[in-house]
Design a protein around this ligand. Structure first.
Ligand code: C5P
Length: 253
């Protein structure tokens, strides 16, 4: 039997060659890492949950005209995506102070920001993904001014969509990270949302209790990560309310 070709393996996902040119298969692993992979664990079911949640967010974005790489889910752990040329930047949008912003600027976690703040981090594990300015991005040729303008617009549209969806299920979207890629349509370049959108890449706080429902549960040892993600999935209707995440094929009566 022919073996499929692995194109890339990251900390939480694997990319394989897709069935048609210009497509890839994105496989979600159960591996969790934090602090630039200094902390690691395998969380049973995380990949299944993130596959479903990323499908939910990306297909919602596609439906409102925010282009993403998502084509369709293939199975519990895999989705078919468009191949893109990834821009080597992590784009973070913040609505509430937390994490590295609180640490860097001494602003108490939970402080509402006067407006959403968009930041760029240069994707380089060896350097620990440093914060960079638009000047750096342009001077080093990672993206053009036009790309930057488009990236900010895309990031803010994702913020509006995700904030609204989460508000509807009693969850505050504190911040999130997206990655953006280029695709070529004839001679024209278009930027689309790539990678994943999941509780691995967002901060999500219960509006009533403040309970954390994202990867900070793992980073800060606050409890069971899969339970937190399952709660998000249940509220969004991605899993039935009594849903138990199935990590391997299971017979349903
Ligand atoms: O750590 P920091 O406060 O800068 O993170 C901001 C947001 O970006 C958080 O939601 C975090 O989960 C996400 N993030 C990420 N991948 C990284 C760094 C941050 O998904 N490498």
């Amino acid at each position: 039997m022919a073996r499929r070709t692995k194109v890339y393996e990251g900390k939480a996902k694997v990319l394989y060659e897709g069935p048609e040119p210009g497509t890839l298969v994105q496989y979600f692993k159960d591996d969790a890492t934090a602090f630039n992979a200094e902390k690691r664990a395998v969380i049973d079911g995380k990949g299944v949950l993130n596959n479903r949640l990323s499908e939910f967010f990306m297909s919602g974005l596609n439906a409102i005209g925010v282009p993403t790489h998502f084509i369709r889910r293939i199975n519990m752990r895999e989705q078919l995506i468009r191949a893109v040329e990834i821009i080597p930047l992590e784009v973070v949008v913040r609505n509430v102070a937390a994490g590295s912003l609180s640490k860097r600027l001494g602003i108490e976690e939970g402080t509402a920001l006067p407006r959403p703040i968009v930041e760029f981090y240069y994707k380089d594990d060896a350097l620990g993904d440093p914060l960079v300015s638009e000047e750096h991005v342009i001077a080093f040729g990672w993206a053009s001014q036009q790309d930057l303008d488009d990236m900010v617009q895309l990031a803010l549209r994702v913020n509006d969509f995700l904030s609204g969806v989460m508000l509807g299920v009693g969850i505050k979207l504190v911040d999130f990270k997206i990655e953006i890629g280029r695709i070529w349509e004839n001679d024209f370049q278009r930027l689309i949302i790539a990678d994943e959108i999941s509780p691995d890449s967002c901060r999500l706080w219960d509006m009533r209790t403040g309970e954390k429902l994202d990867k900070d549960v793992f980073r800060r040892d606050l409890g069971n990560l899969a339970d937190a993600y399952t709660e998000v999935a249940k509220r969004l209707g991605v899993l039935p309310s009594n849903g138990k995440v199935m990590t391997r094929p299971t017979l349903i009566n």
